[in-house]
Design a protein around this ligand. Structure first.
Ligand SMILES: NC(=O)C1=CN([C@@H]2O[C@H](COP(=O)(O)OP(=O)(O)OC[C@H]3O[C@@H](n4cnc5c(N)ncnc54)[C@H](OP(=O)(O)O)[C@@H]3O)[C@@H](O)[C@H]2O)C=CC1
Ligand SMILES: CC(=O)[C@](C)(O)C(=O)O
Ligand SMILES: [Mg+2]
Ligand SMILES: [Mg+2]
Length: 331
């Protein structure tokens, strides 16, 4: 495992280079502001008339169409939703990519699954934060940064890795450190993590716990505090001190109960389910499924999103977070 920190970065790696960040959403806004605050020459590529055009302008960014930004850029960093990157690349980026340019991303999905096939005479790099856009910006402003990954798929100019490290450093990631990986490893592990643990698995676990208590007749508010609100508090300990630190911080009662009953909940069957999630990612089943979903205007996703927002835990949680002054109403 090779890890890079601030000290490993050539501070001239980005000298004289114009960076076009395509997209100004969760990652685009956070990374663009970090890059700009670190002294990089950043322009933003967006579709005219979209919501983020004015947001970027209000942030003081130089905003251009995708085509204009791609024409001007030495480094084109694509921070658009994965499902639309290939279309925007083909129509608004590919015609302007020149020999020696750099194509960058923060998730290897489109390159790994050959949905974007860059020309051979450009650098193809990735630097990926292991966390959401909000934390990319928040930790940077705190003078630190979240850890991440860095990968080089193509090195046309001989300094592709240093360009990736320079951008990661400008975003704050090399303060915590970035691990060198490949587009395949980042893509497959990131998809697995968000499906089986961080987003999919965790919400199913929390909701199942909430439903179990409510169906047994306990107050929904207590069920919410116990199975959802407190998850952050426990995970914050794991984040800083690992499992051992958490087990040490909680009561012996919780430690004994957790160690004996945890495997009764996350059973071998759950582990088999995780292996199926991973094999579906590895063999392209998920990629094809996601492409089919987006070919139908993401109808199923919209239906599932609407159903999720109507869950009892969401109703109870919104009410409680407001009552406790915890509700964060930003988008
Ligand atoms: N979200 C995260 O925390 C993380 C994301 N990543 C990766 O970063 C990349 C960007 O993800 P993320 O920041 O979440 O993306 P977002 O969904 O937040 O991107 C929104 C941006 O994309 C533009 N956009 C959306 N749809 C279209 C469209 N059809 N045509 C043109 N522009 C469009 C929006 O512009 P408009 O205002 O015009 O709609 C907006 O600027 C992805 O590869 C993702 O996997 C990696 C790590 C973490
Ligand atoms: C925030 C993050 O790392 C995710 C879950 O992989 C994503 O948003 O794609
Ligand atoms: Mg991720
Ligand atoms: Mg992801």
């Amino acid at each position: 495992m090779k890890m890079y920190y601030d000290k490993d970065v050539d501070n001239d790696a980005l000298a004289g280079k114009t960076i076009a960040v395509m997209g100004y959403g969760s990652q685009g806004r956070a990374q663009s502001r970090n890059l700009a605050d670190s002294g990089c020459n950043v322009i933003i590529g967006l579709r005219e008339g979209g919501k983020s055009w004015q947001i970027a302008k209000d942030d003081g960014m130089t905003v251009k169409t995708f085509d204009e930004a791609a024409k001007e850029a030495d480094i084109i960093h694509i921070l658009l939703p994965d499902e639309i990157q290939a279309d925007v690349y083909e129509k608004h980026i590919k015609p302007y990519v020149e020999t020696g340019n750099t194509l960058a991303c923060s998730h290897g999905y489109n390159v790994h699954f050959d949905l974007i096939e860059p020309p051979e005479d450009v650098n193809v790099i990735m630097y990926a934060p292991k966390g959401p856009g909000s934390m990319v910006r928040e930790t940077y402003l705190q003078g630190f940064g979240i850890p991440g990954l860095v990968a080089v798929e193509q090195d046309a100019t001989g300094d592709a890795l240093q360009i990736a490290l320079g951008m990661a450093k400008a975003c704050g990631f090399t303060k915590a450190g970035v691990i060198e990986t490949t587009f395949k490893e980042e893509t497959e592990t990131d998809l697995f993590g968000e499906q089986a643990v961080l987003c999919g698995g965790l919400t199913e676990l929390i909701n199942a716990g909430f439903q179990t208590l409510v169906e047994a007749g306990y107050q929904p508010e207590i069920a919410y505090f116990e199975t959802c609100h407190e998850v952050k508090l426990i995970v914050d300990i794991i984040y800083k001190k690992g499992f051992a630190g958490m087990w040490k911080d909680v009561s012996n009662t919780a430690e004994y109960g957790g160690l004996t009953k945890g495997p009764q909940v996350i059973t071998d069957e759950a582990k088999e389910g995780m292996k199926k999630v991973l094999s579906d990612i590895q063999d392209g089943t998920f990629k094809d499924d996601f492409a089919a979903e987006n070919a139908t205007d993401a109808a199923n996703l919209k239906e599932m999103r609407a159903a999720s927002q109507k869950l009892d835990i969401e109703i109870v949680g919104t009410r409680l977070r407001k009552a406790c002054g915890l509700q964060d109403d930003d988008e």
